[in-house]
Design a protein around this ligand. Structure first.
Ligand code: NAD
Length: 371
C-alpha cells in the first residue's frame, strides 16, 4: 500500500503520525511510505532519519495527499486539507467528529474512508488509542503541579516530596482511571502524601493493591472531597464519565476552604472540567488565579511533550496501521472488531451512530461495507 504522512498543520501541533522506526516496519513489509518534508522535526526526527528508514520525502502537503492510498495523521484534517482528500482514500487519525459538524460534512462530501483513533475499541470497552495520551497527561499533571507549587510561579512554596524533617505535600487525585493512576504514581515517586478518590470500589481495591504505601484510596463523594481539600496542596482532576460532561466535584464556593497557594490541575478540562472554576487554557498562558487558588487547565497537555507523545501514540497506532496496510481496510476491519469500531464515515455514509445522532444525519450500519 502507498502510505502518506503529512506534516500536521493545526496550530501548535508538533506530533507526527509515524516515527522512522514505524516507517521501517511498514517498508519491510513491502509498503511504500511518503513523508512530507519536515513532518517529524517537531518531534525530533529529521527527513534523513525517515529516508534511512526507507521512506521517500515529498516537498509539499499536496503531493503527500495526492499520492497516498492511506493517510496517517495525528489531528483531524483542518479546512485547507479538506480539498486534498480523495474519494476512497483511507484516513487514519484522530477525528472527534461529534464535536465539529463542518469536518463531518466535509468528510461525507469527499467520500473518503475515515477510521478514527478515538473510537477504536477493545472488547472490554477500553480505547487503546486514547490511553497513551491519558498516560502522558497524567504524568505531566504531577510534574506541572509540583512546579506551580513553587512560590515564584504562584504556589504556596512547598516542595512536593518535602525533605528529611519536613513533611511532604498532600496530593489529592480525583478519579483513579488512566490519568489519575499515572498522576498518583508520579506524585508517590516524588515522596508526596497521595490520596486517590474514585466512585468505583473495585478500582479503589485494585489501586490499593498496586500503589506504594504513600498512596491511600478513598471513596469519592461530596462529604469526603470537602473534608480533604482543606489540607490538600495539589489537587488533580482526572474523572471521566464516558460520553458526558465531567461532574463539578469542586464548586466555586469550595475554593474558600482551600489554603492560599493551593494548585488545581484539572486534566478533565477537555470534558468541561471537574472543578467548576476551570476553563480551558493554553500552553502559552496555562494558569490563572481565583480566590488565591492557582488553576492549571491546559486542554492539550501532551502537546507540550511532542517527542514522548509521538512515540507513545505511534507505539499504539502502528500495529493497526500495519494491519490496514497489509490487508486493506475492508479485510482488516472484517477480521478485527476493534478496528471496525474506528470506522466513522465511509464513502459518504456515516457509519458511527453517535456521530449521525450528533448532527441528525442518516446512520448507515457499518455492516453494509463489511458483510
Ligand atoms: N487535558 C488533557 O490534555 C487531557 C489529555 C488526556 C486525557 N484527558 C482527559 O482526562 C480525563 C480522564 O481520562 P482517563 O483516561 O483517566 O479516563 P478513565 O476512564 O480511565 O478514568 C476516569 C475515572 O474517573 C472515575 N470517576 C467517574 N466519576 C467520578 C467521581 N464522581 N469521582 C471520582 N472519580 C470518578 C471513573 O470511575 C474512572 O475510574 C478525561 O476527561 C480525558 O478526556 C485530558
Amino acid at each position: 500500500m502507498i502510505i502518506g504522512v503529512p506534516k500536521e498543520i493545526k496550530n501548535n501541533e508538533n506530533r507526527v503520525a509515524a516515527t522512522p522506526s514505524g516507517v521501517a516496519e511498514l517498508t519491510k513489509r513491502g509498503h511504500t511510505v511518503y513523508v512530507q518534508s519536515t513532518a517529524g522535526v517537531g518531534s525530533g526526527f529529521s527527513d534523513e532519519d525517515y529516508v534511512t528508514a526507507g521512506a521517500s520525502i515529498l516537498p509539499t502537503i499536496e503531493e503527500t495527499y495526492a499520492i497516498a492510498e492511506m493517510i496517517m495523521k495525528v489531528k483531524e484534517p483542518i479546512e485547507p486539507e479538506y480539498k486534498l482528500i480523495k474519494e476512497d482514500q483511507l484516513l487514519f487519525t484522530y477525528f472527534h467528529f461529534a464535536s465539529y459538524e463542518p469536518l463531518t460534512k466535509a468528510m461525507i462530501e469527499n467520500k473518503s474512508v475515515c477510521l478514527a483513533y478515538e473510537t477504536v475499541e477493545k472488547a472490554d470497552r477500553s480505547l487503546p488509542l486514547l490511553v497513551p495520551m491519558s498516560e502522558v497527561a497524567g504524568r505531566m499533571a504531577t510534574q506541572k503541579g509540583a512546579n506551580y507549587l513553587e512560590k515564584p510561579l504562584g504556589g504556596m512554596g512547598k516542595l512536593l516530596g518535602g525533605v528529611p524533617g519536613v513533611l511532604p505535600a498532600n496530593v489529592l487525585v480525583l478519579g483513579g482511571g488512566i490519568v489519575g493512576t499515572q498522576a498518583a504514581k508520579m506524585a508517590a515517586g516524588l515522596g508526596a502524601n497521595v490520596t486517590i478518590m474514585d466512585i468505583s470500589l473495585n478500582r479503589l481495591r485494585e489501586l490499593d493493591d498496586i500503589m506504594p504505601a504513600n498512596v491511600n484510596t478513598m471513596m469519592s463523594n461530596g462529604y469526603n472531597i470537602k473534608a480533604m481539600i482543606k489540607d490538600s496542596d495539589l489537587i488533580i482532576g482526572a474523572v471521566l464519565i464516558p460520553g458526558a460532561k465531567a461532574p463539578h466535584l469542586i464548586t466555586r464556593d469550595m475554593l474558600k476552604d482551600m489554603k492560599p497557594g493551593t494548585v488545581l490541575v484539572d486534566v478533565a478540562v477537555d470534558q468541561g472540567g471537574c472543578i467548576e472554576t476551570c476553563k480551558p487554557t493554553t500552553h502559552a498562558e496555562p494558569t490563572f488565579v481565583i480566590d488565591d487558588v492557582l488553576h492549571y487547565c491546559v486542554a492539550n497537555m501532551p502537546g507540550a511533550v511532542p517527542y514522548t507523545s509521538t512515540l507513545a501514540l505511534t507505539n499504539a497506532t502502528l500495529p493497526y496501521a500495519i494491519d490496514l496496510a497489509n490487508k486493506g481496510w475492508e479485510k482488516a476491519c472484517k477480521e478485527s472488531k476493534e478496528l471496525a469500531m474506528g470506522l466513522n464515515v465511509i464513502k459518504g455514509d456515516v457509519v458511527y451512530e453517535a456521530v449521525a445522532e450528533a448532527f441528525d444525519l442518516p446512520y448507515v450500519p457499518v455492516e453494509k461495507y463489511l458483510d
